[in-house]
Write a protein that binds this ligand. Structure first.
Ligand code: AMP
Length: 355
């Protein structure tokens, strides 16, 4: 649970002089670029030699760097960052580098509702949330002896799908399982993957209206995962497995994608239910989130995960996506975040979108 009193932190802020800050990684180029387009000052928190690479991208380079020896130190420098009126934009690497516990107690105004982390990082709670929202998740197999069709074995806290594997029988499962780590076994859903990038505003009522606030679909991507996505160039997966070559699910990049238009009503209804359920469970998810889905041959969505902040899959859309172009030209998720902060400043509601 976050113990931060955001209203009190924001009370000392000069609202005309807010700085958008994040850790230099993940989606930071897009976040800085979007903030600049909306007229904000930007600050990048960086370690060591990281900073040089930003010279190559002047429009994605922060106005100022804040150097630390280790990202875990950010919490001890909070006072200096408070003086700079920073609003932190968390992304996946930010939370990972800082550590979940430090992130929850970081005494800096942070875009989004930090309570979501408890619901997102615990697989049992995540399932409770998504199933309560009426979404279909892949079945979970509790007794590996009952494996009769392909399953995916996922280790808790594994970064970028590292160590995940597919098994089709109990024997295959047993051969590769690492029992020193905790894991779940899920039905391997056959279909095509779509990672849906939403933006929920609790304070604006434009577009697709919910009980409270409104929902946008800004873009979608498909993750490029090594080696599974190209391993078939060498032969079928079963052939390769017989040779002891096992595919892996490590994310290396993101590919832009659009979906057949007839599926969009379902996409909005899923996003709306996820948000409305979250309002009751923990006060509501705020801003960007991503549903990770597989669409089956019956055109049904199975949702295997939710990411509750900006995902790197939005990076192909620095200059807008086929969906965000229909909202406003040149609208990235990073820019949309900056717009939400700007609107909240103008309407004195910053504490309604930060925690
Ligand atoms: P995750 O860490 O849950 O995002 O999973 C990493 C990758 O494994 C995903 O991007 C998918 O390619 C794949 N994956 C995860 N769960 C499933 C599933 N139940 N069925 C099929 N593929 C999955």
């Amino acid at each position: 649970m976050s113990s931060v009193d955001v209203t009190s932190l924001l009370s000392s802020y000069k609202k005309k002089n807010i700085t958008i800050a994040t850790v230099c990684s993940h989606s930071s180029l897009q976040i800085f670029n979007g903030a600049k387009k909306e007229g904000f000052r930007t600050l990048g928190i960086a370690v060591g030699g990281k900073k040089k690479f930003y010279d190559a991208f002047p429009l994605g380079k922060p106005d100022e760097f804040f150097m630390v020896n280790d990202y875990k130190e950010i919490i001890t420098h909070a006072d200096k960052l408070l003086e700079k009126n920073v609003i932190i934009i968390p992304h996946g690497s930010f939370v990972e580098y800082l550590g979940a516990e430090n992130f929850l107690k970081l005494p800096l105004p942070t875009f989004g509702n930090r309570q979501v982390l408890t619901w997102e990082s615990d697989r049992v709670k995540e399932r409770q949330w998504l199933e309560q929202a009426g979404l279909t998740m892949p079945k979970e197999i509790t007794d590996p002896k009952t494996i009769t069709s392909p399953v995916i074995v996922k280790y808790h806290g594994a970064k970028g799908g590292r160590g995940f594997y597919v098994a089709k029988t109990y024997d295959e499962f047993k051969k590769r399982v690492n029992t020193s780590k905790s894991y779940v076994i899920q039905e391997f859903v056959m279909g095509t993957r779509y990672y849906l990038h939403y933006f929920y505003s609790p304070i604006q009522n434009n577009g697709y209206k919910l009980k409270k606030g409104s929902l946008q679909l800004l873009s979608m991507d498909r993750r490029d995962e090594t080696t599974i996505d190209e391993v078939q160039r060498l032969g079928s997966i079963s052939e390769l497995e017989e040779l002891g070559i096992h595919p892996t699910f490590v994310v290396t990049g993101n590919i832009p994608i659009v979906m057949r238009e007839s599926l969009l009503p379902k996409v909005f209804s899923m996003g709306a239910h996820v948000v409305e359920t979250s309002l009751g469970l923990f006060g509501g998810i705020i801003g960007s989130f991503c549903l990770e889905t597989v669409v089956t041959e019956d055109l049904e969505f199975k949702v295997f995960e939710i990411s509750a902040r900006i995902v790197a899959g939005t990076n192909p859309y620095v200059a807008g996506s086929p969906y965000s172009e229909l909202i406003q030209p040149d609208l990235s998720t990073g820019r949309r975040i900056a717009q939400e902060i700007k609107y909240a400043i103008d309407t004195h509601q910053l504490d309604a979108i930060c925690s």
